[in-house]
Design a protein around this ligand. Structure first.
Ligand code: SF4
Ligand code: SF4
Length: 309
């Protein structure tokens, strides 16, 4: 880890939706993964849809609702109404995520995802496991969402981590202004870099954005920091031989060897319902049998080191 001059400010605030201690899949060793809200991509398979918007959001668990209607009274924005059938309808365009309805709900049918925290509050959590990081070669990982969507918060979080001699790992979509990314790299020890598709048009169809900035930034990162490419492997969408060959070629050009495959799962599906969103891959089935192993072997035959996340 480099020894930086640091000007980390503990009072910078950001929106965090999860802090996962003892994470073992988000970089080396035992880590604390801090999930920041906000993402410019709309990947069809996203398993953390609560990460997309950069502000606190309401989860509604309809199956727990006992129709007491306290939330209707409690909401200052009149976002909750009762349907003719007696169910609760939430107008998401009126909801500000204030949490007043959560406070009055007697059956835990409501929850706020996303909390405004200061850098110091997050670091307090992160430092609790310093001993584990030292013994395992771990540290902090910033994930999301796109963590660099909150560039100031992230910079101070990583600068503060370095101040406490904690290894930093950035899990990024790469869809970030290059200058912002370069600044964050000042305090980044390792980058986990997602590449979803090599074809710009397919990339746009799958994620809502073009991949040119992502590929450009990949070159910037590869030139300055250790980097692992991560591919969310989506059956029938980005696992063709053509796409994986193009990715292998790109990695070879950048001098990169390590790639982690993240096979599709549908575990985040219910979150879409709880947020009032549509899940667009409803019919998609996860991989079965040795399908992922076959893809792994094909990539290894090109000389890549392949992990499965
Ligand atoms: S979170 Fe606040 S604004 Fe949203 S429905 Fe509940 S009370 Fe209303
Ligand atoms: S307060 Fe909770 S249980 Fe009561 S109607 Fe609202 S969501 Fe349902």
């Amino acid at each position: 880890m480099r020894n930086h001059e640091s000007a980390a400010k503990g009072d910078v605030r950001g929106c965090v939706f999860n802090i996962e201690r003892f994470a073992i899949r988000d970089g080396p060793g035992i880590r604390t993964t801090v999930f920041l809200k906000g993402c410019p991509l709309r990947c069809l398979w996203c398993s953390n849809p609560e990460s997309m918007q950069p502000f606190p959001q309401l989860f509604y668990f309809e199956n727990l609702c006992t129709r007491c209607y306290r939330c209707v009274e409690a909401c200052p924005n009149k976002a909750n109404t009762v349907t003719p059938e007696g169910a609760i309808a939430i107008d998401r365009s009126l909801c500000q995520g204030c949490g007043k309805c959560v406070e009055v709900c007697p059956s835990k049918a409501r929850e706020i995802s996303g909390k405004i925290m200061t850098v110091e509050e997050v670091l307090e959590e992160v430092r609790k496991d310093s001993l584990f990081y030292q013994n395992s070669g771990g540290g902090i990982t910033a994930s999301g969402g796109e963590p660099a969507h909150q560039p100031e918060f992230l910079w101070h979080l990583f600068a503060g981590s370095h101040q406490s001699a904690i290894h930093t790992c950035l899990d990024t979509t790469g869809f970030v202004k290059t200058e912002s990314l370069q600044r964050i790299l000042e305090h980044t020890d390792l980058v986990l870099y997602d590449i979803k598709h090599m074809d710009p048009a397919r990339h746009r169809e799958l994620t809502g954005v073009d991949n040119s900035l992502i590929l450009e930034n990949a070159r910037v990162v590869a030139a300055s920091r250790p980097m692992i490419i991560r591919v969310p492997l989506i059956p029938g969408h980005n696992d063709s031989e053509e796409n994986l060959n193009a990715l292998t070629k790109f990695m070879t050009e950048l001098g990169l060897k390590r790639i982690d495959l993240l096979p599709y799962h549908s575990l985040g599906k219910q979150k879409y319902t709880r947020l009032g969103l549509e899940y667009k891959l409803d019919e998609l089935k996860p991989y079965e049998g040795d399908e992922v192993s076959v893809i792994k072997a094909a990539l290894e035959s090109h000389g890549l080191e392949v992990g499965i996340g």
